[in-house]
Design a protein around this ligand. Structure first.
Ligand SMILES: [Zn+2]
Length: 452
């Protein structure tokens, strides 16, 4: 007998011993393992995905009211095994059916083995035969008996299926997490009150066509769409050189949803573009196992938005269609707004706002006062250090510079905040570009806090 086989048999014996111990307490049990032929019985890929499959099985059992007792996660020479005590054993046939249902619907169905053992540690069988991993219509045991497939071929097939599952699982996890962070950034930004000239909980600032609820509506409309920006970066043929056009397609769809929700009021159009790029960037770095540091993030944003100002604003400024384009023609790069920020890798976010935010006390949602204070200071910091293209477009350089000056004074001394608010009120200005940058800053702050 080979040394490997000896070790596998020994491990299997120890597993049988564990099942007998459960049976000795008059309990039935359920187990999950991966069916990996030949040796070794597990590799890093198996160890990465196994805990996820265990969690999925547990949720499936819980949903079918199958109650589990003590559980064990075993890694040994025989492979990976999850073993749990079944609290009730009056209807083990049904439990077996429930596990078969899980097995048959799972993405790695053919590799899973879910077994149910009765109180005497005997396997409960349904008589169904598992299909072969390679052949569509043959039972796995038959192919094994006939030695129809080479072990290397079988293993290669299995690891390919597991790798696909891992990629899809991670893509979904990353995209859901980033969506959560996006929606939260938007909600925090709009809820921060007071904000000079901007829509907040109490006031609509310089706006007559929108209020706090307009923002809740558009934030909700956008919530299901952020994950698409993340998944786009995860596609097999995704390339940074084509990312911008992908982001535009998704952005236009999001824009339509926003306008439909707000009855044609532009609440967050700029943010869709800025956060769309941000989500794509973080997702791209995660997919390619690159560290989420400022340098990598900014390089990626710059690569996506290469020559954006030139390509879009210089080329189209003669037509003068959008605010951004008109402001660019009049004020050059200073007025290029979101596009310039994107092309340069969000300098205001990474050189000013994020370092400022990270120097403050940690954002803790349970302390409302501290939260509001930090968010407000960060916004003032952005207004003081940015050329808000919204303000430039409507009011010109002088007013824009005065706004920056008043914001820095309010940042130094809270008593000066009213002067800034009054100025925005009198001049009817709304630093919307700065509010957008606050949301982007919050996005990257949370990415750093919550994703490693
Ligand atoms: Zn086969």
């Amino acid at each position: 007998m080979s040394k490997e086989l000896h070790k596998i048999l020994q491990a299997r014996e120890e597993r049988a011993q564990k099942r007998s111990e459960i049976a000795a307490a008059s309990k039935a049990s359920v187990s999950l393992s991966l069916n990996i032929p030949s040796y070794p019985k597990h590799n890093q890929l198996c160890r990465d995905v196994f805990p996820w499959i265990v969690e999925e099985l547990k949720i499936h059992l819980l949903a079918h009211r199958v109650e589990l007792g003590a559980e064990d996660l075993i890694t040994d020479e025989a492979g990976l095994l999850y073993l749990a005590v079944l609290e009730e054993s009056d209807d083990l046939k049904s439990v077996k059916e429930i596990t078969e249902d899980f097995e048959s619907k799972h993405a790695v169905s053919r590799i899973l083995d879910v077994d149910v053992y009765d109180e005497s540690a005997r396997p409960v069988s349904s008589g169904k035969k598992k299909p072969c991993i390679i052949c569509q219509d043959k039972a796995a045991v038959e192919c094994m008996r006939e030695r129809k497939h080479d072990y290397q071929e079988l293993r290669a097939n299995i690891f390919e299926i597991l790798q696909d599952y891992k990629d899809q699982y991670l893509a979904m996890e990353v995209s859901e997490k980033l969506s959560e962070i996006c929606s939260r950034a938007l909600l925090y930004e709009v809820s921060l009150s007071p904000k000079p000239g901007l829509v907040d909980f109490y006031d609509s600032g310089a706006h007559t066509d929108m209020n706090y609820y307009s923002f809740l509506k558009s934030t909700a409309a956008l919530a299901p769409l952020w994950k698409d920006f993340a998944l786009a970066a995860w596609k097999e043929d995704a390339e940074l050189s084509r990312a911008l056009s992908e982001i535009r397609v998704l952005g236009l769809k999001a824009e339509q949803r926003m306008f439909a929700a707000t009855r044609n009021v532009n609440t967050q159009k700029g943010l869709i573009f800025l956060l769309g790029i941000s989500v794509y960037t973080v997702s791209h770095l995660l997919k390619n196992h690159q560290e989420l540091n400022v340098q990598n993030i900014r390089n990626c944003i710059r690569a996506i938005c290469k020559d954006l100002v030139n390509a879009e604003l210089v080329a189209s400024s003669k037509k003068q269609s959008s605010h951004g384009e008109k402001t660019f023609q009049k004020y050059g790069v200073k007025g290029a707004g979101a596009r310039y920020e994107a092309q340069e890798g969000f300098p205001v976010v990474f050189e000013t706002a994020l370092p400022f935010l990270e120097k403050q006390e940690k954002l803790d949602f349970q302390d409302k006062e501290v939260m509001e204070n930090i968010l407000s200071q960060t916004l003032l910091n952005i207004i003081a250090n940015t050329n808000d293209s919204n303000v430039l477009y409507r009011k010109g350089t002088e007013i824009a510079e005065e706004l920056k000056k008043l914001a820095s004074e309010a940042l130094l001394n809270k008593d000066n905040y009213n002067k800034l608010a009054l100025f925005c009120g009198e001049q009817q200005i709304s630093p919307g570009g700065s509010a957008d940058m606050l949301a982007v800053t919050l996005f990257f702050y949370d990415v750093k806090q919550e994703i490693d």
